[in-house]
Design a protein around this ligand. Structure first.
Ligand SMILES: Nc1ncnc2c1ncn2[C@@H]1O[C@H](COP(=O)(O)OP(=O)(O)OP(=O)(O)O)[C@@H](O)[C@H]1O
Ligand SMILES: [Mg+2]
Length: 495
């Protein structure tokens, strides 16, 4: 109920101003990768397994972008409907298209002219939208068939369109304008970004071998350069070992009686994996939600308001995978550019209260932070290690106090174990479990020394100090370090 109750006196047909509507497209918020991805969505829906993207350029600028696929193409009625803003094609829940505007809005966000050429069962057709024609009464051009046929004789990367396929051409590029002296740079950057973003969004399709995306360049009317770049899959969850052995965990709940699974992952620290770095740039900004809709990534990172900061480095290792059930589309408000979602507060609330084996979402964030801090500590500390098992509990505590360093986080505990090693070994390292194994066969000698003169200890000290002894004088820093070592050794002797 509201307080405002007004009676209607009349109604009037009030169409939008075509001129103003036309100006909106370039400001819809599409980046070039979002826009190309929207067209790749259409190709995937048209069962294409090959999509080729071609940048046609001169020395002064980029003339056009061509996106060709070997999908099922369109007949006359289908093409007519495809050109309509708000196409009335029925889309199943399993398809990537949804609103009926992607082709037009994505294209006109980047270009002032978009031409759609299509071939189905050998027949070719073409139509074109220009911004001017949108502004003067939505008049869509129908193109001469013989001209259209010509376009289908080209080769697109490694394929040519035989019986069916579709070619979209963007011209008069609004955002891709380049100055003559930086065109190479801009193109290189654009292609690199496309390779990353398409590799992320379509990684499942590429990994499964049902989609191949390639990119090339062509200088004006010359033939294409022949250098064909393929978009590799970039899977944001492709680590070998998780950053914590009890991960990933799945939080389960229901929204509108539909089950939702939220998979919480922790990346291992310090990885250089391509799946972690996702094309370079600030990797901290890649933490957060990865929402998939029908296997296509919509959003790659970001917390959608559930956490205050999207790029806080301490949570860099936390990534969350959610496969959106199509029945819940309305709850996750997909934005027009299909690059972000706005999940309803119900999702956030349900996620905050769910738990698996006592692990809640907040606990997961803590775990991811700990995994990250552990990495930080080891990098910056003078004493990244403290003794654990194998040294008495009392001495462990005393030593930990001596070696404590402010601001570097918790050091790693190293255990000592008397183990049965080979005869030619005194010590064996087990870095995976942070254990130093000592050969139990030599325990007596190591404890007492064969001559009572501690030769083993002397040698160990020599190795410990080899870097310091290489220098001709001792710095204050080394003296402080040595003092901590002396205190530590004394603490262990007090036992
Ligand atoms: N490459 C293509 N091959 C075959 N048909 C296509 C292709 N691109 C577009 N179409 C047809 O044009 C229609 C309109 O495409 P458009 O992208 O505008 O809307 P959509 O995919 O239905 O929904 P959304 O706005 O969510 O993308 C599609 O539904 C499809 O029938
Ligand atoms: Mg679409």
């Amino acid at each position: 109920m509201t307080n405002f109750q007004f009676k209607t006196t009349d109604r009037e047909y009030l169409p939008p101003d075509d001129g103003k509507v036309g100006d909106i497209f370039s400001r819809l918020g599409y980046g070039i990768s979002d826009a190309v991805a929207d067209l790749v969505d259409n190709s995937v829906d048209a069962i294409a397994d090959k999509v080729h993207i071609r940048f046609v350029r001169g020395t002064e600028g980029i003339y056009s972008v061509i996106i060709a696929d070997n999908g099922k193409g369109m007949n006359g009625d289908e093409l007519r409907e495809a050109m309509r803003f708000g196409s009335r094609s029925t889309k199943s829940d399993a398809q990537l298209g949804k609103y009926g505007i992607g082709l037009k809005s994505a294209s006109l966000s980047q270009a002032e002219t978009v031409t759609v050429l299509t071939k189905k069962n050998g027949s070719t057709l073409g139509r074109r939208w220009t911004l001017e024609n949108v502004k003067i009464g939505w008049s869509c051009e129908i193109l001469l068939e013989s001209d259209v046929q010509n376009a289908f004789t080209s080769k697109f990367g490694e394929f040519s369109i035989k019986d069916s396929g579709t070619i979209i051409i963007w011209e008069r590029l609004e955002h891709l304008k380049a100055l003559p002296n930086n065109i190479n740079q801009i193109l290189e950057k654009t292609i690199k970004k496309l390779i990353t973003e398409l590799g992320i969004r379509f990684h499942r399709f590429i990994e499964e071998g049902c989609l191949e995306i390639s990119i090339d360049q062509q200088f004006g009317l010359e033939p294409p350069t022949g250098i064909n770049l393929f978009v590799p899959a970039l899977n944001p969850f492709s680590y070998e070992q998780p950053g914590r052995s009890d991960y990933p965990i799945t939080l389960k709940f229901e929204l509108n009686n539909t089950p939702v699974d939220v998979h919480c992952h922790i990346w291992p620290p310090k990885t250089k994996s391509l799946g972690y770095r996702l094309g370079g740039g600030k990797v901290a900004l890649r933490q957060g939600f990865y929402f998939y809709r029908n296997d296509r990534i919509i959003q790659a990172g970001g917390w959608n308001g559930i956490r205050a900061d999207d790029g806080e480095p301490h949570f860099s290792l936390a990534r969350v995978r959610v496969d959106l059930p199509p029945a819940l589309d309305s709850m996750f408000k997909l934005d027009v550019t299909k690059s972000r979602l706005d999940p309803s507060p119900n999702f956030i609330n349900a996620l905050k209260t769910a738990s698996t084996n006592g692990i809640t979402f907040d606990k997961f964030i803590d775990h991811a932070e700990n995994a990250y801090r552990k990495q930080k500590k080891i990098e910056g500390a003078r004493f990244p290690l403290i003794p654990g098992k194998g040294i008495s509990a009392k001495a462990q505590k005393a030593i930990a106090n001596i070696l404590e360093e402010k601001g570097t986080g918790r050091p790693k505990k190293v255990s000592f174990k008397w183990s049965s090693l080979d005869l030619d070994e005194i010590v064996r390292l087990d870095p995976e479990n942070d254990v130093i194994n000592l050969n139990s066969k030599y325990k007596k000698y190591l404890v007492e020394g064969s001559s009572g003169d501690a030769p083993v200890l002397k040698l160990v000290l020599m190795f410990l100090f080899q870097n310091q002894l290489e220098k001709s004088f001792i710095t204050q820093k080394t003296l402080d370090w040595l003092q901590s070592i002396n205190q530590t050794l004394l603490a262990s002797m007090k036992e």
